[in-house]
Design a protein around this ligand. Structure first.
Ligand SMILES: Cc1cc2nc3c(=O)[nH]c(=O)nc-3n(C[C@H](O)[C@H](O)[C@H](O)COP(=O)(O)OP(=O)(O)OC[C@H]3O[C@@H](n4cnc5c(N)ncnc54)[C@H](O)[C@@H]3O)c2cc1C
Length: 245
């Protein structure tokens, strides 16, 4: 099997969506044919190592990826396709400005023309047409994916919970959202409390949830044990891990 090499793209522009979220719009010849449609499409992004203008990216081969010899390997992080517009040749990725980290710092400082590598998108979540209701849960890192998941379930009742730092981080998503403000609490703790305290409709539910890993683990257990959702109906991904001292 031949793997597909990451595409090398360039920043076209950036915009602040909220005080702590920056939208980076990418473009370039290599975006042609990008299969970026659908809910919850995840990409690996390859950021240049210090001193590099472009990240070194592996070449595809039948034996797997082949890295260029003698070049520093890029930093890799996973992000979500927030929008892909083939006609405009544009791909949007929304980055949370969470403080320190190669990806968040790259996005904060990204200038038009900056290079970045983007893998083929993955992601297996699909709405169950027989679900009576949907449960969608996430934090700000999950907001880009939540938006695309909501686009895929427009006709189904949905309970949506999103934890953000404060009211300034809320984004209109065209659906009723229970916004949970973190304030000074540990990430994930207010979200767990909000979901545990909510009233769920009767019937067969399907759930999509992402965010801080410990919080996702706890909420997955809650949905299976206390809410009785079927194991196959709960799609949970830890997006990042809080460093506890
Ligand atoms: C499938 C998937 C999709 C994702 N989609 C998105 C997306 O669209 N947008 C997005 O912003 N993120 C997204 N993430 C999360 C993102 O990959 C992580 O937040 C990643 O750690 C950021 O890398 P970094 O280099 O900035 O920080 P790292 O070098 O990974 O971490 C540095 C420090 O920052 C802390 N940290 C990392 N993320 C956060 C955070 N959100 N809040 C507070 N502290 C944090 C870490 O605990 C660590 O102490 C996604 C993750 C996955 C698995």
């Amino acid at each position: 099997m031949t793997t597909t090499a990451p595409r090398l793209l360039q920043v076209r522009r950036t915009a602040r969506v909220t005080p702590r979220m920056v939208r980076v719009t990418l473009g370039g010849d290599e975006l042609r044919g990008f299969p970026g449609d659908g809910p919850d499409r995840r990409i690996k992004m390859f950021f240049p190592a210090p001193g590099q203008e472009r990240p070194a990216v592996p070449r595809a081969s039948t034996a797997g990826p082949v890295w260029p010899a003698g070049e520093a390997r890029p930093t890799m992080r996973t992000y979500t396709v927030r929008r892909f517009d083939p006609a405009a040749g544009e791909l949007d990725v929304d980055f949370v400005l969470h403080g320190e980290g190669p990806a968040t710092e790259w996005a904060r400082d990204a200038a038009p023309g900056a290079w970045v590598g983007v893998s083929e998108p993955g992601g297996r979540w699909e709405p169950d047409p027989d679900a009576d209701f949907q449960v969608v849960i996430g934090d700000e890192t999950a907001l880009p994916a939540v938006a695309t998941v909501l686009d895929a379930i427009v006709d189904v009742p949905a309970l949506v919970f999103v934890e953000v730092a404060d009211a300034a981080e809320e984004q209109p998503l065209g659906r009723e959202i229970t916004w949970v403000h973190r304030g000074d609490a540990e990430p994930g703790v207010p979200l767990v409390a909000a979901v545990q305290g909510a009233t769920f409709p009767a019937g067969r539910g399907q759930a999509w949830l992402s965010g801080e890993s410990a919080c996702v683990k706890e909420l997955r257990q809650h949905l299976l044990r206390e809410r009785g959702l079927d194991r196959r109906a709960v799609y949970a991904t830890g997006y990042w891990r809080l460093r506890r001292s």
